[in-house]
Design a protein. Sequence first.
Length: 461
Amino acid sequence: KMNRKSFSRIMWFRRHRKAVVNSGDKKMPNGILEEQEQQRVMLLSRSPSGPKKYFPIPVENLEEEIRMRSADEGKLFREEFNSLTPGYVQGTFEMANKEENREKNRYPNILPYDHSRVILTQIDGVSPSDYINASYIDGYKEKNKFIAAQGPKQETVNDFWRMIWEQKSAVIVMLTNLKERKEEKCYQYWPDQGCWTYGNIRVSVEDSIVLVDYTIRKFCVQSLHDGCKAPRLVTQLHFTSWPDFGVPFTPIGMLKFLKKVKTLNPAHAGPIVVHCSAGVGRTGTFIVIDAIIDMMHAEQKVDVFEFVSRIRNQRQQMVQTDYAYLAGFCWFQMQYSFIYQALLEYYLYGDTELDVSSLEKHLQTSHNAAPNLVKIGLEEEFKKLTNVRIMKENMRTGNLPANMKKARVIQIIPCKRSTFYRAPAPLGNWNSANNDCVCLGEKVFISLPVKFKGFLYRAEW
């Protein structure tokens, strides 16, 4: 059954969605609505109760605080998110709203403030040519550590590379795929191979490495205008496992990605350029996780609310709530709560990644320092795995009575997203989940079947 709260949320979304469509469409002579070229980013309205004050959380209390905020479908997370101000009250968008600059904006309701926008060098004979939809964003106690930008459009690619060159940026963080939900989210602003010239900037492909969660591309970048200046190496890290809707199932991939970004960014380089499509949602999420991890190390506390409020004064609407309208239901996935989950993951388990080449040296060093503690250290690391919280809500399919008898060990049940579903059996038996199967990428892991041999044969078929 649908409770009153869910019903009211669905009705609110329908009204809000209708308002957005009506404001973003234009009517043709035949009465049919045609969507305008520039779509708007869906921004959820703030709570009418007004802003509240939220205080820093000591890291040792983080797990319990997240548990409380997650209760009742994340009610307290929504209240905290809705208490954020959208942006700088006195901020202006004069340059972004100029007629000659409007086509450079991917979304007409996501614009850079005048006081924090990135200003390009004026091109002789081209006026105006100093505008790009990008904003300086502070890190944790590091001014202008990042540039938050929209995903380049075809007509703004030249400006994007000009910004990379002028700002001396060495790393580009890309958090969107080129197309999602059959819509263009970002124009491909780099060559697949060889060399391409964008305005006065020549970009040559040096290397490309495809990994599970992200792709690393390295470019040699040179300004044809500043021929006397040496070419530079620019690395693009493209996070490819962010789903079309919502947030990643686990923050582990994002944390490893963030570590790689930090590793590849030279010490004296310019701002790290971070972009998704609009340059506020996923972009803000990445920047906040980076900053609060630094805060955890320096102050042993977490203050997501204050930091998001601060960077929203530099670029409006940083960090968003993703949504979808499916089968008559409104589904919400909060980037805000994902930030907390990433911080908790980092606090509980830290960085356990080692290069294969350094594994033997790591174990040998530990053994030489404290021979009696090596085994204890490894046991402590393994113990952390036993503390991983089991998400029972993700195992409902496996816990169905009809599926429980298919499990060899009833305590070991795959979560919903990894469950292997066979083709339905004849005679109307549609219960096709296999509790002994787990899908990881293109591989299916299966325990030895009990007496249900037919299930195994159907799975193989």
